[in-house]
Design a protein around this ligand. Structure first.
Ligand SMILES: [Zn+2]
Length: 316
């Protein structure tokens, strides 16, 4: 049986050691001087979202040539393989890598080539979800066109970036066009915004919800009574791509014990376990699995196998 990770950002998952090596190779000054690169990137105690996001400026800066992208993609898949994963879905906002010397076709080719190397070596299958940045309408529109042009080489489309004030319906036309082209949609919702954002993502064709954890706010946990959106999500078994540590680090929940993943599992929601940004959150699938176990979740293998049955990789 396959075991899947459905929600992991390529630019959030570089190995710290690789970031340092690439910085030296490419003479990328901001990182060369830093002694302890691992703690530099570890944003678990960041007090603002800006501080958290600043780390991505450096990872994306290193993702600006073919060889680096290929290596980063290979290592991401390799790391997932060593955590027992056989289907790896990776997501990335590809325009970060486009520059005078690197065209979009090369960005996608390099990432897929890294994935292929890992598949040849370990058997792990990986696929790329393209992200548009929802705070930039032009970016979303451009990435959606790229997704259509390269639909044989990607497995889906998502919008990332700040959720609050940027509802999926702002991009209703884009999502419609993507759906008509048969492109799988997963949408970040129910993280920085609440239940209305999850409903809006569903209304705009999301087959899965990135995070979705705030569906808990549509449930009376004492009486177990579900609101309209929660009822739909549970009855239709819409997959929720849950990322526990990431939610703690972005201050959604103060500590692991306050995270609602166990409640959602007990209420029979379709929950998957994911990493989101391994480098900034100093995590891995192994760590997330251990955290889930510590929260009293016993059937981890079944959860990972269930995730695999909802993987967009199954369509390719
Ligand atoms: Zn994410």
């Amino acid at each position: 049986m396959n075991k899947a990770v459905l929600h992991d950002h390529l630019d959030g998952g570089l190995r710290a050691k690789t970031a340092k090596e690439l910085a030296i190779k490419d003479s990328y000054k901001p990182l060369i001087e830093i002694e302890d690169i691992e703690s530099f990137f570890n944003r678990e105690s960041s007090t603002s979202l800006e501080e958290y996001l600043e780390a991505f400026v450096h990872t994306t800066a290193l993702m600006s040539n073919y060889d680096n992208l290929e290596r980063i993609a290979f290592e991401a898949a390799e790391d997932m393989h060593f955590c027992g994963i056989t289907l790896y879905e990776s997501r990335y906002a590809p325009l970060y890598s486009v520059n005078d010397n690197l065209q979009i076709k090369d960005v996608i080719h390099a990432i897929n080539s890294g994935f292929k190397q890992a598949e040849n070596l370990y058997g792990i299958k990986s696929g790329l979800i393209l992200c548009g940045m929802r705070n930039d309408k032009e970016n979303v529109s451009q990435v959606s066109e790229i997704a259509i042009d390269f639909k044989e080489q990607i497995i889906g489309f998502d919008i990332a970036g700040p959720e609050y004030n940027f509802l999926p319906s702002l991009f209703a036309d884009v999502f419609n066009k993507l759906k008509n082209n048969g492109i799988n949609l997963t949408i970040h919702a129910g993280e920085g915004d609440g239940v209305n954002s999850i409903q809006d993502a569903l209304d705009n064709g999301a087959k899965r919800i990135g995070h979705g954890v705030r569906i808990i706010e549509d449930i009376d946990t004492t009486s177990k009574k579900l609101g309209k959106t929660a009822e739909y999500v549970r009855n239709k078994q819409v997959p929720l791509e849950i990322c526990i540590t990431s939610n703690i680090h972005t201050n959604m929940y103060e500590e692991y014990n306050n995270h609602p993943i166990k409640d959602l599992i007990d209420l029979e929601f379709n929950v998957s376990i994911n990493t989101d940004n391994r480098l900034m959150s100093n995590t891995s699938m192994k760590k997330e699995i251990d955290i889930a176990k510590n929260l009293g979740i016993n059937n981890i293998d079944r959860i990972l196998e269930n995730s695999a049955s909802y993987s967009f990789l199954n369509d390719f």
